[in-house]
Design a protein around this ligand. Structure first.
Ligand code: GLY
Length: 392
């Protein structure tokens, strides 16, 4: 099937202009932050997550789940302009991330985000055997988190010093992105366990996370031994029973990719179902709220979830024919235009692009920057330009 989107000439010009601005700024930021692994930026500059290792918070520092997005941005730049310098900067971060493999408590299901966009991208784009080796190691670790009775992948390990928080039976919707690492590992090795575990997790999530109306829960808790469904948690959204927009976006994108890797039609149908719910909840001007069921005020937004959703909607669009395709691609354009026009910084007054991101409803700070918002923003714009990206 032809994958390119039918943009109007005006939209094409707009996408090209946005991409030029992104590339100009990233050529500057990449030099400035080349020895860092950025997560957030503020008036004091870019925060580097490579700051040693804190025994009390092993999941942070080098194990922090967003650490793959910086090399991911560098590999997008590499694809856009072919400059080897971006491969070099990506590899500085990748090298540091190998240390995380020594941290049992620190590593979690987010090894998908951490290694797909770095080592695996390196392998896919340059044939790096080193990248392949670390990618497969990460896949092995992710597969090792599978719960054989409950058919789900456990999200996090318990944090030493927080004995009251028993997360042995916890799974989260974000994992739909991480299982793409298992599909890649299957493609490379033809070891069916990788694919089977990924599909069993996706099937479980379809049953217990996706609600009848197309909204999605963030955290589901299963019995740690029997694997039976117990309850759900609001997680980073407003509350239990609510609808955290980034969680909906992870489901849209994750199921669209699961369909691409397996051809199982139920996955595409699920991606579409969540997408229809999401599209119905976007504001007239393209704004995406943090949680679609949060109180009217404060009207917290999440530009990050917006960019994830836009890229995920384009993933669905590439799988369906016209005129259906236009439903998804035009919603993506609407979201991205809103970010571009109202919430983006292209100058050198800050190191990031997307400004209206929110990590979670309960966080003290809202409308901040996050490296993964920038990643998904650039990725989505490149898809609109016709790049056939293969990052997931
Ligand atoms: N839980 C990962 C995220 O913030 O989307």
């Amino acid at each position: 099937m032809e994958h390119t989107f039918k943009l109007t000439p005006k939209q094409t010009t707009w996408a090209n202009e946005v991409m030029n601005k992104i590339m100009d700024k990233l050529s500057w930021v990449s030099e400035k932050s080349k020895d860092k692994i950025p997560y957030r930026t503020d008036e004091t500059g870019t925060h580097d997550t490579w700051e040693g290792f804190d025994e009390n918070r092993p999941d942070q520092g080098i194990c922090w789940w967003t650490n793959g997005f910086w090399p991911g941005l560098m590999w997008l730049m590499y694809q856009a302009c072919g400059d080897e310098k971006y491969a070099g900067i990506a590899r500085i971060a990748q090298e540091k991330l190998h240390y995380a493999f020594t941290c049992y408590y620190g590593l979690h299901h987010d090894v998908g985000f951490m290694y797909l966009l770095g080592d695996v991208a390196d392998y896919r784009l340059t044939g790096s055997e080193e990248g392949k080796k670390y990618g497969l190691l990460a896949a092995q670790m992710l597969a090792g988190r599978f719960h054989p009775n409950g058919h789900f992948i456990r999200a996090w390990n318990d944090i030493p010093g927080e004995p009251d928080k028993d997360t042995r039976g916890w799974a989260i919707i974000d994992c739909m992105m991480n299982i793409q690492l298992l599909f890649w590992a299957y493609d490379e090795t033809k070891d069916y366990r990788f694919r089977q575990i990924a599909m069993m997790h996706a099937d479980t999530a379809m049953k217990y996370f996706v609600r009848e109306d197309g909204s999605v829960k963030h955290i589901v808790e299963f019995h740690p031994e029997t694997g039976e469904y117990m309850t759900s948690h609001g997680g980073q959204g407003y509350t239990k029973g609510s609808s955290w927009s980034r969680g909906q976006a992870w489901a849209i994108y994750g199921y669209a990719l699961a369909y691409r890797h397996t051809g199982k039609k139920e996955y595409l149908d699920t991606a579409k179902k969540v997408a229809h719910y999401f599209i119905a909840n976007i504001k007239e001007d393209g704004t995406v709220l943090l949680d679609f069921r949060q109180p009217e005020t404060p009207a917290w937004e999440d530009g990050c979830g917006a960019c994830v959703a836009a890229s995920g909607l384009l993933e669905i669009a590439r799988e369906v024919p016209e005129p259906e395709r236009a439903l998804y691609s035009s919603a993506a354009v609407k979201i991205l235009k809103n970010i571009d026009e109202k919430h983006c910084c292209y100058d050198t007054s800050g190191d990031s692009f997307v400004l209206n991101c929110s990590a979670a409803y309960e966080c003290k700070e809202h409308h901040v920057t996050m490296v993964y918002a920038d990643y998904y923003y650039m990725e989505a714009i490149m898809k609109l330009q016709g790049y056939e990206l293969n990052m997931w």
